[in-house]
Design a protein around this ligand. Structure first.
Ligand SMILES: N[C@@H](CCC(=O)N[C@@H](CS)C(=O)NCC(=O)O)C(=O)O
Length: 220
């Protein structure tokens, strides 16, 4: 297999970069990282040379350039013999549905609660759209844990692309103290204890870059 390089943005803020990074780690696929600080001159000049969309993440695999976090996760899963998804076809279909729902949705949560891994103790006004996103996330996590809890600690038992897609949501819920029901809260806690996610959090805590929209530093 040709070498893999994952191009990512500043860990503290780049929620899309975290998703394939975490999946590659869980799949045990060796890869190099190239990090470009978000909103920097170097990002603006170098990333478009590597990424057709001009955004991160992008996976470099031999001559291939794969952009879009979900497409990268699919490719990584194929390289790992399909281990990125549940083996059972029915579970796999459900896991794909929730991963895609995450990739395409939850705009209110994203807008109100930008990812800032280092931030804790933040508060946010609970608007109806945010409440609706949070209820839906709680429903997905709770039903997955109820239905698949005996298979393992992640949404569909073993770690899958679905968990990778929700990892930044776990961090947002932590930063903004968003309420969850019991089962969903257990899932959040399990994810926060994950060794690979903890490695990302520790690295984000060491970063010094502060994006302009975070300059007020509300809890960062
Ligand atoms: N839909 C894309 C979103 C990628 C994205 O928005 N990446 C952000 C960083 S988290 C980015 O590159 N921002 C810099 C820019 O848009 O110039 C994906 O799933 O990968």
């Amino acid at each position: 297999m040709s070498a893999l390089t994952l191009v990512i943005g500043t860990r503290n803020y780049s929620s899309w970069s975290l998703r394939p990074w975490l999946l590659l780690r869980h799949l045990g696929l060796p890869f190099e990282e190239r990090l470009f600080e978000l909103d920097s001159a170097e990002f603006a000049s170098e990333v478009p040379k590597l990424s057709p969309s001009g955004r991160v993440p992008v996976l470099l695999h031999g001559g291939l350039r794969i952009w879009e976090s979900l497409a990268i996760c699919e490719h990584a899963s194929e390289l790992a013999g399909g281990r990125g998804w549940p083996q059972d076809a029915a579970l796999r279909a459900q896991a794909r549905a929730v991963a895609t729902e995450m990739h395409a949705g939850f705009a209110a949560l994203r807008a109100a609660c930008p990812m800032n891994v280092r931030a804790t103790g933040r508060r946010v006004a609970m608007t109806p759209p945010l409440q609706q996103d949070l209820r839906r996330i709680d429903a997905i996590w709770s039903s997955c844990r109820r239905d698949h809890g005996e298979r393992g600690p992640f949404l569909f038992g073993g770690f899958s692309v679905a968990d990778a897609m929700f990892a930044p949501v776990v961090l947002r819920i932590r930063s903004y103290g968003l309420p969850l029901s019991g089962l969903a809260g257990h899932y959040r806690d399990h994810m926060l204890a994950d060794a690979h996610l903890s490695e990302w959090i520790r690295a984000a805590e060491l970063e010094t870059r502060v994006l302009p929209h975070e300059e007020a530093g509300a809890g960062a």
